[in-house]
Design a protein around this ligand. Structure first.
Ligand SMILES: Nc1ncnc2c1ncn2[C@@H]1O[C@H](COP(=O)(O)OP(=O)(O)OP(=O)(O)O)[C@@H](O)[C@H]1O
Ligand SMILES: [Mg+2]
Length: 244
């Protein structure tokens, strides 16, 4: 039954202990995500959004509750399995792009393929990188160093890097936070297009307007879910629809 869901968390908890201080970042959170959904985790600064994403993306483990991925309890996953899942099943996009600076766009995008357990030859790698760059209209910047790109181009290169391994799910943590509104719209349109093509997208933001590009909003306050509801009329990043 659990197989119906890509992701299911039950009573999820994450408590940090830092210098004798306890922070209960996530306090008993329940939700399910189906394949192909586009949802936003929305909440104020410090509410636990990134912590939840780190757990869902296998970058960190919960301190309580359970996380099922494709019906399997992640408690049983070895560190090797977590590394494999991180590389193959999920793609990350961050506010700060996180590209290697004196490295070309091509090399940045190719990186996840080089770390993959799956062996591919140079031709196959080239093809996959080109396909990912095409999805974000960045082929023409393939040979640029990432420090030569505009902010919007950097984020598009980062999206190509997140896509190159053809992951099941994309996590975008405040992907428009450092962008001007035009580049931000481009990024939201790319996320919507990816979702239309079947990709599961989890967007994290503190802004209602950004959140409403998705089809469902989970509102988090102080590490707890305050609300979980469908977006009746999503904002169309093409500029149509309700832009209030
Ligand atoms: N590695 C860590 N060690 C200790 N405390 C942490 C750690 N990561 C997060 N926290 C704490 O957990 C709480 C939730 O942090 P989190 O980064 O998940 O918030 P957020 O909702 O993503 O906020 P923002 O919108 O500012 O990015 C905060 O109080 C934060 O200080
Ligand atoms: Mg955060």
């Amino acid at each position: 039954m659990k197989k119906d869901y890509l992701i299911e968390v039950k009573k999820l908890e994450k408590t940090f202990y830092t210098g004798g201080v306890e922070t209960r970042a996530v306090r008993g959170v329940d939700f399910k995500i189906k394949k192909g959904e586009f949802l936003t985790i929305m909440g104020p600064s410090g509410s636990g959004k990134s912590t939840i994403m780190q757990i869902l993306g296998f970058l960190d483990r919960p301190t309580g509750g359970n996380y099922y991925f494709k019906g399997q309890n992640s408690k049983k996953f070895s560190d090797d399995k977590l590394a494999r899942l991180r590389n193959r099943e999920v793609g990350f996009i961050f506010q700060t792009f996180n590209l290697l600076s004196r490295t070309t766009v091509f090399e940045n995008v190719e990186l996840p393929l080089l770390y993959s357990a799956q062996k591919r030859n140079k031709k196959q790698i080239e093809k996959m990188v080109e396909k990912a760059l095409k999805k974000v209209s960045m082929n023409y910047r393939s040979a640029y160093f990432s420090n030569q790109l505009s902010g919007g181009e950097k984020q598009r290169a980062a999206i190509a890097r997140a896509l190159v391994n053809e992951p099941e799910i994309i996590f975008a943590d405040e992907p428009t936070g450092n962008l001007d509104s035009k580049s931000g719209k481009q990024v939201m349109k790319i996320l919507q297009d990816l979702n239309r093509q079947g990709k599961t997208v989890v967007l994290i933001t503190h802004e209602t307007k950004t959140a409403r590009h998705a089809k469902r909003i989970i509102k988090i306050i102080d590490g707890k879910i305050q609300d979980d509801y469908p977006v009746k009329k999503s904002i169309d990043a093409n500029g149509k629809g309700d832009l209030k």
